[in-house]
Write a protein of this length. Structure first.
Length: 271
């Protein structure tokens, strides 16, 4: 049995709770949320709307995390919170000997390095991915292939998400831009364009990443490959958060057997 601790009781935390409830080989033993927030003290099964109602896992404040993880003999810590919280909590979880499954987005390079250093130092494993859906991981492969075949086409990436999303552009859009930049031999630091206003002529090497926010859009991503006379559009649309949550059980199983930092492409054997 794999003992799982979940960090984040929000939209994704609830979807993951529903997914884990159907897995016979893993057990949700702890749920942490932001200190002082209304979910503290509630039953996670009720909050997630499990058909069985209560699951007996009472949501706790994320304090003294390493100690609580050790006490509950947690094997894998799953994080869907926000970048600074995830950096603090996941480095603490690694120090407690837990392997990590991290879906939180918006990390700075320094935050990402701090997590990877903690994974290496404590000899644990981590799957870190801005998108755990199978479809998006295949979408990234298609983007790479299209970029290689269409090196002279103008590339623009447009993402759309619900109005509560905090970071922009999405982690999935940023990873899409990284995949395309790598395939084209470009440096994303100099080729990324995040918006246009006023005089802004397009440079050949530009890779634009544009964000739309509104309503309850779960997550749409389109990469445009455009030339004079035609264009290709490759689109992924998530219909529901189950698309992301469904990647958590395979990633959790994978990381109990593999040390070091991995991606969902490793889990899905897409490399
Ligand atoms: N990788 C993927 O497949 C994927 C898919 C969807 C969303 N995401 C990302 O997951 C993250 C969460 O998304 P969401 O829609 O569930 O957000 P949300 O705002 O609904 O939930 C965030 C949760 O994090 C908790 N939190 C904040 N600070 C915390 C702390 N210090 N300790 C513990 N918990 C803390 C909040 O209390 C809340 O429960 C975002 O970064 C989002 O971009 C990733």
């Amino acid at each position: 049995m794999i003992n799982v601790a979940l960090f984040g009781s929000g939209r994704m935390g609830r979807a993951i709770t529903r997914t884990l409830a159907d897995c016979k080989d893993m057990k949700l033993v702890l749920v942490f949320t932001a200190p002082g927030t209304p979910d503290v003290g509630k039953d996670m099964g009720v909050l997630a709307g499990l058909p069985s109602g209560e699951n007996g896992v009472i949501i706790q404040e994320a304090t003294d995390v390493a100690q609580k993880l050790k006490k509950s003999k947690v094997n894998v810590a799953v994080d869907f919170t926000e970048a600074s919280a995830a950096t603090a909590n996941m480095t603490a979880a690694a120090s407690a000997g837990c392997s990590l499954v991290i879906g939180t987005t918006g990390f700075t390079p320094e935050q990402r390095k701090a997590i990877e250093d903690a994974v290496a130092k404590n000899n644990v494993g981590a799957v870190i991915s801005p998108n755990f859906s199978v479809g998006v991981n295949v979408f990234w492969k298609l983007l790479e292939e299209a970029a290689k075949k269409l090196p002279s086409y103008d590339v623009e990436i447009v993402e759309a998400h619900h109005k509560f999303k905090k970071d922009a552009p999405s982690g999935t859009a940023m990873k899409s831009a990284e995949v395309i930049a790598k395939a084209l031999g470009r440096d994303l630091k100099t080729s990324a364009v995040y918006g246009r206003q006023g005089l802004s002529p397009r440079k050949t090497e530009d890779i634009a990443i544009l964000a739309v926010r509104g309503g309850d859009i779960v997550g749409d991503h389109t990469a445009y490959y455009i030339t004079v006379g035609e264009r290709i559009e490759i689109t992924h649309r998530a219909h529901g958060r189950e698309a992301f949550a469904s990647g958590i059980p395979p990633a959790t199983r994978y990381i109990t057997k593999n040390k070091g930092t991995h991606t969902m492409a490793d889990v899905l054997n897409l490399n």
